[in-house]
Design a protein around this ligand. Structure first.
Ligand SMILES: [Zn+2]
Length: 449
């Protein structure tokens, strides 16, 4: 089985090695199934076959892409229901077109749901701390059994939820409960009554609803402190930015010692704030790591706070009008960085940037330079235009040996062209009496190669 992962990484999922490996595993499964039949001779075995992750076309996994996170779940044998052909719903285009599963109902489950499925099949308690919801559609059993199994599953999840809620309620100053589960006792009683009156289908539905709510509630308490933690971490980063900016301004712009303008009288105030906040965390019975998070913003903001007089002085004496172009430059840098970050989510932004670099930027050059280098600028525009198409193409391409070969040929060609024409520009830029000139040119040729 591990061979599938290894072959997928080494040879990609469309390779002959990978497809061959699938065939091998299929055959092993077939053998295992027949051995079990031959040994027990009772047809009372259930088989559950699944995988821990998928793979992208390039043979990688680990990001959140559906290709990596969607896995097959195939179950058959004793206690497993046959596929539902009456309501062939729940599909996306791929499972109809590529997998040809359009005639069956599709029941997606989370990987955590497989543990309760297996427990129910063999009739043992659900694993402790399991957050799985029993996928009832997979079970072939009496309605009563399914209703009771669902109820037990819901009770198990609810217990975890109640303990989490208890812990939070005990240590929070202002406790905000999870509203949808406030009247859970009434719901439990209703489910009991429904089972008693043999209305199993409705009881099962109510239990499933309860499980969904409980999983949601568990998540609510698990992420209860997110706002607090994110605020602390953000403050830490802002403090770090402020402190390092001050250091850079002092060291490189003003050429003074970083200790200049430091006023130690502010330490006690900030340390007091840190102690008070840490005490609040202590009352909340917070984890040790929370104190570490807290230390991070406090450390940097103390460093900034003791320089407050210097900061005020810096801002009042700064000649805003005379430094206009520096301010615009700084804004330009920040904007470019933000655009680069945005381009992680929308690649098309890079196309816009490349077009701006090719066609807007030359407009800012002085006309003399433009006249002297019009051929270079024309080539620059053309190359920017060509490159801007690249960032519009899809990220995932199937492997194509011809394209790779063509690409490497282009790289070699551009290197040769570089060696032939670029020294002219380098020669013009370097003063001829520079002793290292020969070495520079040699190094340059090596780099191009
Ligand atoms: Zn792997």
């Amino acid at each position: 089985l591990l061979g599938l992962d290894t072959n997928g990484h080494a040879h990609r999922p469309y390779s002959k090695q990978y497809l061959n490996n699938i065939r091998v595993v299929d055959n092993i499964l077939k053998k295992v199934e027949s051995w079990i039949h031959d040994f027990y001779k009772d047809e009372l075995t259930a088989f559950v076959f699944t995988s821990d992750h998928g793979m992208s076309n390039r043979g990688s996994h680990g990001d959140g892409d559906p290709q990596n996170t969607e896995t097959p779940l195939i179950a058959w044998g004793a206690g497993i229901s046959a596929p539902d052909t009456q309501n062939p719903t729940g599909h996306d285009r791929r499972s109809i077109d590529e997998w040809k599963l359009g005639t069956f109902q599709r029941n997606d489950v989370n990987q955590a749901d497989i543990a309760p499925l297996m427990s129910t099949l063999i009739g043992v308690p659900f694993p402790m701390n399991s957050v799985g919801v029993l996928p009832i559609e997979f079970l072939r059993n009496t309605e009563k059994y399914k209703a009771e199994a669902s109820k037990l599953n819901a009770l198990g999840l609810l217990q975890q939820y109640l303990i989490k809620q208890d812990l939070k309620e005990r240590t929070e100053f202002v406790f905000r409960p999870f509203r949808p589960l406030e009247h859970v006792d009434a719901l439990l009683e209703e489910i009991d009554q429904l089972i008693e009156k043999a209305e199993y289908k409705t009881a099962e539905r109510k239990s499933q609803k309860l499980m969904e709510l409980t999983v949601e509630g568990l998540r609510y308490y698990q992420t209860y402190d997110w706002l607090l933690l994110r605020t602390i971490v953000t403050l830490g980063y802002l403090g770090w930015i402020a402190y390092s900016s001050l250091f850079i301004v002092k060291t490189y712009a003003l050429g003074v010692e970083p200790t200049q303008g430091v006023d130690g009288s502010g330490y006690s105030l900030i340390i007091g704030i840190f102690a008070a906040t840490a005490y609040l965390l202590f009352l909340k019975e917070s984890m040790i790591s929370y104190y570490a998070y807290l230390f991070f913003p406090v450390y940097f903001w103390v460093k900034v706070w003791v320089q407050r007089k210097f900061i005020v002085q810096l801002f009042t004496t700064f000649e805003w009008k005379r430094q206009k172009s520096s301010i615009y430059n700084a804004l330009g840098y920040v904007m470019t960085l933000e655009l680069l970050v945005l381009s992680y989510f929308y690649r098309e932004i890079l196309t816009v940037c490349l077009l701006a670099m090719g066609f807007l930027w030359p407009g800012t050059l002085d006309s003399d330079f433009v006249k002297r280098h019009h051929v270079l600028l024309r080539n620059w525009k053309m190359l920017c235009l060509i490159t801007s198409i690249f960032t519009l193409l899809p990220v995932e391409l199937e492997e194509n040996a011809y394209l790779i070969l063509l690409g490497s040929l282009l790289v070699i060609c551009s290197a040769l062209v570089g060696i032939a024409i670029l020294p002219k520009y380098v020669n013009a830029a370097l003063p001829s009496n520079q002793p290292s000139r020969k070495l520079d040119m040699g190094l340059f040729r090596w780099q191009v190669c």
